[in-house]
Design a protein around this ligand. Structure first.
Ligand code: KG4
Ligand code: ZN
Length: 346
């Protein structure tokens, strides 16, 4: 067990017990219990479902919802894992990037729980979390590998050489994230928020070849761009007119989804060629998309795409990342603050 004053390193032998992790960076209230060697004992996710009518997440509402839901989600995670707080050796929470008002709820609760028991605390980066979903048992996939992370807030390619939080970026989106493109496209087609899964369902009845939407293929390099795609859908809907656009909604969704999948696939292929990597891990909410999973499966590389529930936001991935994030001993973490974008400011 770690003693106050020690800095717990990223070796697991310095504390005993399970990892209790909290994730509240956006609109999902998540708590998980994971063992020190990466076995998930519980992974509870409460999607708020109150933002749909606003067409996106309202930070203050998300924050208040987290406050209401977190105690229940925490109790449920402990109950399902069949443990009490006495069995927890490390508390972890997402520090950023995300919505500050939302992050604050889970991060403060995590620090408070750790402090009350003088436990070590790990402040986890959300993107490291998405990556670390691949490190979980039973199918742990370990570095080195090329990683594609595609979520509602980020889309990037990274050269992953170890389990730590440092990301060696190879490329990233210059404008919208892939999930954001799904959400904005879904909104144009009259689907709810978040739109990715709804778009996938609608697209299943459509013809992906019905329209040719741009994939920014002439843009060289490993960066992504999705803003033009969203505009192309807007113009196509206008050109077709309201009635025809409604009649061909499934075709529009299928062709739009195809453009996102091809755009991601094109950069992944380029990155595999450029780095000579033969192993690929994919994470983030968009990695739940069936056609994308299928397309990546045909690349002929050693591939890891976690189960869908570990691709979209969850706390098991945060616990997994915590295993490889230097944890702080009580009371060093009390002054840490959350961050909305980019790097943490200490
Ligand atoms: O990783 P995530 O849960 O949250 C962020 O960190 O942003 O990703 C959420 C994003 C949303 O934009 C959502 O529309 C998208 O992932 N998404 C999907 C699917 N499920 C979730 N996109 C396409 N197909 C899906 N099945
Ligand atoms: Zn996420």
């Amino acid at each position: 067990m770690a003693r106050a004053g020690d800095t717990v390193g990223d070796t697991l032998s310095t504390y005993s017990g399970h990892i209790l992790a909290i994730e509240t960076s956006c609109d999902d209230t998540c708590v998980a219990v994971v063992t020190a060697d990466g076995e998930i004992l519980s992974n509870v996710i409460s999607s708020q479902g109150v933002h749909d009518r606003f067409g996106g997440v309202v930070p203050e509402i998300a924050s208040r919802q987290h406050l209401t839901l977190l105690p229940k989600v925490l109790d449920e995670a402990l109950r399902l894992a069949a443990i009490t707080l006495d069995d927890v050796g490390l508390v972890a929470a997402t520090r950023g990037p995300g919505l500050v008002a939302a992050l604050l709820v889970g991060f403060s609760a995590g620090k408070a729980m750790a402090a009350a028991r003088e436990l070590p605390f790990a402040a986890v980066d959300h993107l490291h979390g998405h990556l670390a979903a691949s490190f979980l048992r039973p199918s742990e996939f370990n570095p080195p590998f090329l990683a594609l992370i595609a979520s509602g807030g980020h889309t990037l390619l990274a050269d992953v050489r170890d389990h730590g939080p440092e990301l060696r970026l190879l490329g990233q989106t210059l404008d919208d994230a892939a999930g954001e493109a799904f959400d904005k496209g879904a909104r144009l087609l009259g689907l709810g928020y978040p739109g990715g899964a709804a778009m996938e369902r609608l697209a299943a009845d459509g013809d992906p070849e019905a329209f040719a939407f741009p994939t920014a293929e002439r843009m060289s390099g490993l960066d992504f761009s999705f803003a033009g795609l969203k505009t192309a859908l807007l113009y196509k809907v206008r050109e077709l007119g309201e009635e025809e656009a409604l009649r061909r909604r499934a075709d529009l969704a299928a062709a739009y989804q195809r453009a996102i999948v091809e755009s991601l696939l094109l950069r992944v292929k380029r990155a595999l060629r450029a780095t000579g990597a033969t192993r690929l891990a994919v994470g983030g909410g968009v990695a739940a998309n069936g056609p994308l999973r299928e397309a990546l499966g045909s690349l002929g590389v050693e591939l890891d795409i976690p189960p869908r529930a570990l691709c979209t936001d969850n706390a098991a991935m945060i616990a997994s990342a915590a295993r490889f994030t230097p944890a702080l001993c009580f009371p060093q973490y009390l002054s840490l603050d959350v961050y909305a974008t980019g790097e943490p400011r200490t």
